[in-house]
Design a protein around this ligand. Sequence first.
Ligand SMILES: [Zn+2]
Length: 68
Amino acid sequence: MAVLIIQCPDCQHCYQSLVMDSTTVPTLWYCSHCGGQRAAPIEQLTANHPLEQVHGSGCLCCGTIPSK
Ligand SMILES: [Zn+2]
């Protein structure tokens, strides 16, 4: 399972998307904040337990996700 950090260039909104191993990574991302279609992955994390990493990891927009 991979965790993609998606950032929208229009409004700088960041969000993360989980990509299951059995699914294809989308080529077009929609910003969940402004609805724009120019959002793109800026970082890909490989995580066995992404939700555990998210917990207590601080601001995802800053990419401050601790690697364990
Ligand atoms: Zn946006």
